[in-house]
Ligand binder design. Sequence first.
Ligand code: NAP
Length: 345
Amino acid sequence: MSDLNRQWLLASRPTGMVTETNFEFCESPIPKPGEGEVLIRNLYISFDPAMRGWMEDRESYLPPVAIGEPMRAGCVGQVVESNNPDFQPGDLVQGMFGWQEYAIGQAGGLSSPSRVPGDIPMTLPLGPVGITGFTAYFGLLDLGQPKPGETVVVSGAAGATGSVAAQIARIKGCRTVGIAGGAEKCRWLLEEARLDAVVDYKNEDVDARLRELCPAGIDVYFDNVGGALLEIAIGQIAMNARVVLCGGISGYNDEDPAPGPRNIMNLVIQRGRMEGFIVLDYMARAGEAIGDLSQWIASGEIAYAEDIQEGIENAPRTFFRLFEGKNLGKQMLKLCEPPLEIPPR
Ligand code: NAP
């Protein structure tokens, strides 16, 4: 193996749309693990819209990434050297190892490694059987509380989170409508994810199509996008609707936040509830989600898609795909094959 660690550091904080100049590519010596630490070689990096928020200089549910630090990201990697009796060279682990080829894993803190379950493909903990799937699961079931026969509409429906949320709604017996951009994503939602209907927001009149598809109104709106689509959905909620605010990607690169929905009074008129959440608050209950999601995936009730780009040099460009809508399903970057044999478990 080369003795250099190729990394992308945060170079500056974006104003408006994030660009490659906000990152700096660098090579540094591969770090040595200290007492109790492990050296991890990253295999897959997860890309999440929330990373755009972590680049800003404001306290949020996680601290900002510091200038000069490797860009933060969830990863799956392999232990290549271990000074920790809990991990052996070869073990597959996940954690916030960042946009780099090698990382030091320490117990506690964001870079704390945890073992990848042995019975599922190694990319699933970055997608439907990890934070992404948990977001869909707890957001839809705890906040959305869908009931059989209700109408559930999901925006960003062909994305990592939306595709899982929409299929859970279908599994729970709801009439499920997905909103996504483009014919290929809409085809996937109908044929692979087996939703009842789709709206191509880039090519159709969303307001008119939703009125046709949801004549009795929307009971649950699971929102990944915010902006104009949120306003349209609020305008069509049924009595006692639940609007789940999962994310608002349409505004993440706005220099000045756009004003909120103008028709918020419809929540009053329809006795609706609109509520946000952060998945990290549900980690103590991850076992519930892992059990259901693994079973639904194994039985084929949940279809999942992965968009896997390759090569550490492509990290920023892979990130931008989320904002360009180029990804179908979970956006990841593959760095290498496992360099060591994976120990049997
Ligand atoms: P994703 O949906 O796989 O990828 C982002 C998708 O957003 C793109 O493929 C694109 O799909 C859509 N998009 C981009 N710009 C848009 C725009 N201007 N208007 C409408 N759609 C746009 O990403 P993800 O990781 O699953 O995240 C989805 C949402 O969940 C994000 O808002 C994220 O912040 C949120 N999230 C929240 C939590 C939480 O704890 N609350 C946790 C994880 C993720 P189209 O081609 O269809 O436009």
